[in-house]
Design a protein around this ligand. Structure first.
Ligand SMILES: [Zn+2]
Length: 192
């Protein structure tokens, strides 16, 4: 076993000797689902900056806190599926989309992406042809790359608000500063 896996299991053993988790409901106490990015700098910081406790909300994370362009049209993607589960099965009545500054998906370099794929044995051109992505921009769109986090949050908020799979519940958009943790409201749902 790798050292990393052994360390992970050892840390878990230690956790079990230190803590006993209290049984709580799987229904989110705040009736809220949060969508944010997978950025490692958000780990723990995100919950602390928002004052969230275990059991408060559903947390959904996608690269860039986004839905990639090709998946926006029908909105039948995995994020919408998760929100539908949260809303219809777990009592969610509010959604918050929270992008962040310095997001990796806001600064994707085409050449670097292509080089990284090639270095790992994936032929970008072949993939583009096989999956009918058109060109490298199509590949970038599939990945969900964007330029402006504020604009992207607003677009994702609109996709969720208008998804035929979801009821019309309040969907708000925010951007969190990755260095300070400051949360800024960028799109307040007019229905709330
Ligand atoms: Zn990010």
């Amino acid at each position: 076993m790798s050292d990393e896996l052994a360390e992970l299991l050892a840390k878990n053993e230690h956790f079990l000797t230190q803590q006993t988790l209290s049984p709580i409901s799987h229904l989110p106490r705040k009736y809220t689902a949060l969508l944010t990015c997978m950025d490692c700098r958000l780990v723990r910081m995100f919950e602390e900056a928002l004052g969230l406790e275990r059991g408060d909300v559903l947390e959904l994370r996608t690269a860039g806190a986004t839905i990639s362009t090709p998946e926006r049209a029908s909105a039948a993607n995995d994020l919408i599926r998760s929100l539908a589960g949260g809303i219809y099965l777990l009592g969610v009545r509010k959604v918050m989309v929270i992008g962040h500054t310095e997001c990796g998906l806001a600064r994707v370099n085409e050449a670097a992406l292509v080089a990284s794929m090639q270095a790992l044995g994936v032929d970008p051109q072949r993939l583009i042809e096989q999956e009918r992505l058109g060109n490298v921009q199509g590949l970038m769109n599939w990945l969900g790359a964007f330029h402006d986090v504020h604009l992207n949050v607003k677009e994702v908020v609109e996709v969720i608000r208008h998804s035929p799979y979801l009821p019309r519940i309040p969907v708000h958009g925010f951007v969190i500063d990755i260095t300070t943790g400051k949360l800024t409201l960028v799109d307040r749902d007019p229905t709330e």
